[in-house]
Design a protein around this ligand. Structure first.
Ligand code: AMP
Length: 443
């Protein structure tokens, strides 16, 4: 059974906050860290951004933080940049919305008088960049004598930005009896040195980099005009290619997830399940279990729901729609493959989504190879409101070749004009052949 947040020793306020966020499953770093941090141990967590590392330290810390009206903070979170302090503060506030825990951020560049006032008003959790924190401490505005938990986030970044002297000064000002938590993408000799000097007894928690590196994922896409044609193409791929054995299908909304599930259930009964936050807790676990064990072949999921899910050996990710956020695309496709094997990500892109395709390709600095829709796939002329090409009513549109660069929807007649990339099956086989070749890791 997959672990859910309900299985962790959280309280009602935190569970409610997580439910509001629609987060159901702890990510691997959250799962691994929770009991260790709760035990009071010093921890160095090796995890990259995007793995859920912020909640990995916030959840146990906030779980342990009791009510207090005292002015001086009890939790100090150090981060290297202004942006990250704001981001962490937002995460703290998402989790504390049902509690009276007070939190604030102080960072260089922000209005120091305002920050002085907020600090003076009192807080429980302070998120800070080291320089500004020291300014406030030296001014006598902020006392660190009540700090019980110290978090240093992105330690690697902190050291490479030259913050070590400030960190050392801060360590001298906070009580010796405290818990130390550090998070970093790598464990460099500099970090090891910092740990050896200041935190001799530290537990190491490491998680694999989030998802499969970009260059190990075979990306493919089809320009598909509308929902019905996407459904036809999905059925076609699943029917003619049994290499699509464990398929994670992403959609942007719960409504679309349900609609797709109901449609596919009629076309290819018994091989699909759907998972999103409106489904009952047990239904979700059941679906995930069946997918994990291979009882069903395809799982339809929304972005939020899928983020925390740890599913092994997904052979294919299908983007039934393209996400507006390019980073969501990277997260989605990173769910396929394994450390030693390539995965395949296939995107279905309608007219409206081509703009997102452009942004994604810019972000990756890579174009996604396009494939013609197979001849046997029926192209529907029924368009939803969010699928209509701007020049609606042009019946020749589907068959018209584009003049500049971009591909038109692949009609049957357009098929033969496309470069033969070998189709998904061939690419997969080629990838297997090249398996073992050295590739660079992302991040
Ligand atoms: P981080 O690695 O801490 O920067 O987190 C990356 C993103 O994942 C943030 O937007 C978090 O709010 C989100 N997130 C964290 N934990 C979970 C979870 N268990 N399920 C879904 N999303 C999560």
């Amino acid at each position: 059974m997959p672990i859910t947040f309900q299985d962790l020793n959280l309280n009602k306020a935190l569970l409610q906050a997580l439910e509001d966020l629609e987060y159901e499953f702890p990510t691997p770093i959250q799962d691994k860290s929770f009991s260790v941090v709760m035990s009071g141990a010093n921890v160095i967590g090796i995890a990259q951004t995007g793995t859920g590392k912020t909640f990995a330290y916030l959840l146990p810390i906030l779980r342990m933080l009791t009510y207090s009206s005292q002015r001086h903070p009890r939790v100090l979170i150090l981060a290297p940049t202004h942006e990250l302090t704001i981001q962490i503060l937002e995460e703290v506030q998402k989790l504390t919305k049902y509690t009276s825990i007070r939190s604030l951020a102080v960072f260089g560049g922000g209005n120091i008088n305002k920050q002085k006032q907020s600090v003076y008003d009192g807080c429980d959790v302070v998120v800070a960049t080291p320089g500004r924190l020291m300014d406030l401490v030296m001014d006598g505005m902020l006392s660190l004598k009540s700090i019980q938990k110290l978090v240093i986030d992105e330690v690697d970044e902190m050291l490479s930005l030259g913050f070590k002297p400030q960190i050392v000064s801060i360590l001298e000002k906070i009580p010796e009896k405290r818990q130390n938590l550090m998070f970093s993408a790598t464990l460099s000799p500099d970090i090891q040195n910092l740990i050896d000097t200041f935190f001799p007894v530290v537990q190491l928690i490491e998680v694999a980099p989030h998802g499969t590196p970009l260059d190990q994922i075979i990306q493919q896409a089809y320009h598909v005009p509308n929902f019905n044609t996407k459904v036809n193409l999905l059925s076609n791929l699943l029917t003619r290619n049994d290499e699509l054995a464990k398929v994670l299908i992403f959609v942007g909304t719960k409504k679309l997830a349900d609609r797709l599930f109901e449609t596919m259930e009629l076309k290819l009964p018994g091989i699909f399940a759907v998972i999103h936050s409106n489904k009952a807790h047990n239904t979700r676990l059941n679906a995930l279990d069946k997918f994990e064990s291979g009882e069903i072949r395809a799982l339809i999921a929304t972005d939020v729901m899928a983020r925390g899910m740890d599913i092994q050996e997904v052979t294919h990710v299908i983007n039934f729609d393209l996400p507006q956020q390019s980073s969501d695309y990277i997260h989605r496709i990173g769910r396929t493959g394994r450390a030693d094997r390539r995965g395949v990500a296939i995107s279905f892109i309608n007219e409206m989504e081509r703009e997102f395709q452009h942004h994604i390709e810019t972000l990756m600095d890579k174009t996604i190879p396009m494939f013609p829709i197979p001849e046997s796939v029926e192209i529907s002329m029924i368009f939803g409101a969010d699928e209509k090409p701007e020049f609606k009513g042009n019946v020749n549109y589907l068959k018209a070749p584009t003049s500049k660069g971009g591909l038109a929807f692949h009609s049957k007649s357009a098929k033969n004009s496309k470069v033969n990339l070998g189709g998904p099956g061939k690419q997969m086989r080629d990838a297997k052949k090249s398996k073992g070749k050295k590739s660079h890791r992302r991040g």
